[in-house]
Design a protein around this ligand. Sequence first.
Ligand code: ADP
Ligand code: MG
Length: 268
Amino acid sequence: MLKVNDLSMVYETPGGEKVSALSDISFSLDKGEFLTVLGPSGCGKTTLLNIIAGFLQPTQGEAVFDDELVSGPSPQRGMVFQQGALFEWMSVEKNVSFGPRMADKPKPDAEIRDNTQHWLDTVGLSDFGKKPVYELSGGMQQRVALARCLANDPGLILMDEPLGALDALTREKMQGLLLKLWKETGKTVILITHSVEEALILGERLFVMAPRPGRIEKEYRLPFAEQGVADDSRKIKAQPDFVQVREEIISMIWAMEEEIMGHQGEKQ
Ligand SMILES: Nc1ncnc2c1ncn2[C@@H]1O[C@H](COP(=O)(O)OP(=O)(O)O)[C@@H](O)[C@H]1O
Ligand SMILES: [Mg+2]
């Protein structure tokens, strides 16, 4: 469903310095898969997601989604950002119905209203449609962002650290909601996170990326997301197999970060 072929990205800074953000990334995702991506800061996670979203053109290679070359943004590939991407002065409803209202061939008003209400119900915001977004808590705002993305019925959902700004408890609740939505809708999801536990709980597949140049260092296939649909995430996090892979990944990322610090030391 999604194919990423030999993707490379070299940025040129205003000073003329070349930064190799991604090098020869290739992978494919099947319909309905949930992929999480972890890696130290600067390893190219956001760049990769932005290329798949169509916000950025790669310097080499391509992303192909549903047999179409990605050459720009499309409602078929929805993005959920960490925060601040909503229209804060508009009502929750207006935010959620924004995409459908702006579509090339908008559906009838009544249908858009029903669709909006459906997604608000699904994310637990049935009674908040009329509220302006700025009145909601951070966790509720991320529910709005999710509903807004889903209202466009995208085939692929891209999320760049969507829960990064939330407190721990809200974050856990949102992880549960993401798993539930994923199971119910059968959507394909790519989620970037800084949290190893989050990546393990949510991802059926997990990439650990390494920097300089950004690349996929290791891939995992994991049972925890599937378990998490039915089971309590606390229980899963205490399982020996969960703890073992968590420790393995933490060590890997620590080693990478130490290497980055070493490089920075050399430069100074
Ligand atoms: N517009 C840009 N111009 C130059 N360098 C950039 C630009 N955007 C990102 N980079 C560099 O590319 C690398 C990857 O960045 P990014 O994709 O944001 O990483 P991550 O999301 O993993 O933190 C970093 O070294 C970053 O400094
Ligand atoms: Mg980033």
